[in-house]
Ligand binder design. Structure first.
Ligand code: PLP
Length: 515
């Protein structure tokens, strides 16, 4: 019988059990005086006894996912024009002959996301006028990065044409304009994620830097050898490696929450990972590899009930779901601007006031200080304490414009439209011969990863590219979860609200050709 821990260690390539046992020896102070060999033997026995009992289906899980599960039964896609009873009603569903799919089109000017037609929304994105390999671009690589609307591009231009200056430092007009624009963007970010105040928002380079900041500035100073950090099997490398770094530097260890065959967290097992040595937990809200929407609020509650603080990685959630960090009760929350239609090189770390106050500075320099002598420095309060040097002012302003853009459409409307698109995509793709969907959790957003029998990942990606369709093929910076499914990668189409059922049809048609 393979226990979850053994499986996780294997899948991860983390320290082997002997190494772990040696490390575990240090966890039991009562053995401190004993001979190393006796300590190791005792600690190994204690560690084995303390392991959580494996649920009945672990053996099967550890052996890999096995044959592809039955595709879930999806309700037929009901597009707005169907509801209105137009002539297009009933035009969907896989026709027996894939070639007949060319007739399966409709006018997306009739589809509304909130109060805006999809046609009008798409017209906001100049890149959709691009041709790739002689065809209209189909952008289904939104989990890697999203496209930018004219409103964001124009806002960046306006900043450089009319407001450009360093912030907080000058007594002149442009310093005031740029400071206003920068701080205004901070306020927009706070409102967008339901933070109590703009002071809870630290501008960073992106989700990756936000996680590194929390790990180094807040968690690391508290860690002692044998302390534990709880992660999940779903995490992106950005939410693994920073914790490995602080664990490696302090002698702390990582614990990994298991997932089930659909790619969802096993909540009952999650609670069992916490013990008196647990110091911190980090979880993704939406998996970039599988699209799983995790029960983040419940996981935070579990961690808090054990006195453990939690960071939520919102890189893949903010552009697809309404997010409220106060309702989630997250201690930290991170996201990247470029994944929500904003610029690259800018992102947000949200922190509760007390954790930001407790955290030490991440970097030192100008802007973050109240007073400096050669003997000591007095730091400013958060968020300035964490923003040493000149920040990415223009892109923060651009991020504010992106948040305005999606807010005007409405995140509830975006989530509802994407749910329909995802259901449509998964229903249509389930019919492609030899296609196996990876990640079939009931709560799922945006991503529909798959492997195609007899076709390599790169081969599939290249073929789709030859048809003008951009998808990601590979491990998507989430190797552990792929290996958990017995794979080294998948082909990953990922949606945003500007995608259309016609684009899904083009993808499915190309997959039929390839299959
Ligand atoms: N977390 C998740 C779930 C992601 O999908 C990504 C990027 O793909 C990141 C973190 C890192 O984001 P960035 O590269 O923008 O810092």
């Amino acid at each position: 019988m393979t226990t979850p821990e053994e499986f996780n260690l294997r899948a991860w390539g983390l320290p082997d059990p002997a190494e772990l046992a040696a490390l575990a020896a240090g966890w039991f102070p009562e053995f401190a005086g004993a001979e190393p060999a006796a300590r190791t033997a005792e600690a190994t026995a204690r560690t084995a006894a303390a392991r959580p009992r494996a649920p009945a289906d672990w053996e099967a899980l550890a052996a890999g996912p096995g044959p592809s599960p039955e595709p879930p039964a999806y309700a037929p896609l009901v597009l707005p024009q169907d509801r209105a009873g137009s002539a297009a009603a009933g035009a969907y569903g896989p026709p027996p002959d894939p070639a007949a799919r060319t007739g399966n089109t409709y006018k997306y000017s009739q589809i509304y996301v909130g109060s805006r037609s999809l046609e009008a929304i798409r017209a906001d994105f100049p890149i959709f006028r691009e041709q790739v390999n002689g065809r209209d671009l189909v952008w289904l690589d939104n989990a890697a990065t999203t496209q930018r609307p004219r409103q964001v591009i124009d806002r960046l231009s306006r900043y450089y044409e009319r407001e450009n200056s360093n912030v907080h430092r000058g007594a002149h007009e442009l310093a005031a304009r740029s400071t206003d624009a920068y701080e205004d963007a901070r306020g927009k970010a706070a409102r967008f994620i339901g933070a109590p105040s703009a002071d809870n928002i630290v501008f960073v380079r992106g989700a990756t830097e936000g996680i590194n900041l929390a790990a180094q500035a807040y968690v690391r100073p508290y860690l002692k050898p044998g302390d534990e950090i709880v992660l999940t099997m779903l995490e992106h490398h950005a939410n693994i490696v920073p914790w490995q770094l602080v664990a490696g530097e302090t002698g702390a260890v990582l614990r990994v929450a298991p997932i089930d065959r659909t790619g969802q967290i096993v909540l009952s097992e999650y609670g069992r990972l916490f013990n008196s040595r647990t110091r911190f937990a980090a979880i993704t809200q939406v998996s970039n590899a599988l699209g799983t929407v995790t029960p983040a609020a419940e996981m935070v509650q579990i961690a808090h009930s054990r006195g453990v603080r939690v960071l939520i990685d919102g890189a893949q959630s903010v552009s697809h779901l309404p997010v409220n960090v106060s309702a989630l009760d997250a201690d930290f929350f991170v996201f990247s601007g470029h994944k929500i239609f904003g610029p690259t090189g800018i992102g947000v770390l949200y922190g509760k006031s007390d954790v930001l106050e407790a955290a030490r500075p991440y970097q030192g320099g100008g802007n973050m200080i109240a007073d400096v002598t050669f003997e000591r420095t007095v730091y400013r309060k958060a968020p300035a304490k964490f923003e040493a040097g000149t920040g990415n002012i223009a892109d923060a302003v651009g991020l504010g414009a992106a948040l305005d853009y999606v807010s005007a459409i409405g995140m509830e409307n975006i989530a509802a439209w994407e749910r329909e698109l995802l259901r449509y995509a998964m229903k249509e793709m389930a019919g492609v011969p030899g296609l196996r969907l990876i990640g079939t959790a009931a709560e799922k957003a945006s991503v529909f990863s798959f492997v195609l029998e007899g076709r390599g990942l790169e081969e599939t990606g290249s073929y789709l590219n030859s048809r003008g369709i951009a998808v990601r093929a590979g491990h998507h910076c989430a190797q552990p979860v792929h290996r958990y499914f017995g794979l080294e990668g998948t082909v990953r189409p990922s949606l945003a609200f500007y995608n259309t059922p016609e684009e899904i049809d083009r993808l499915v048609r190309a997959l039929y050709e390839l299959a």
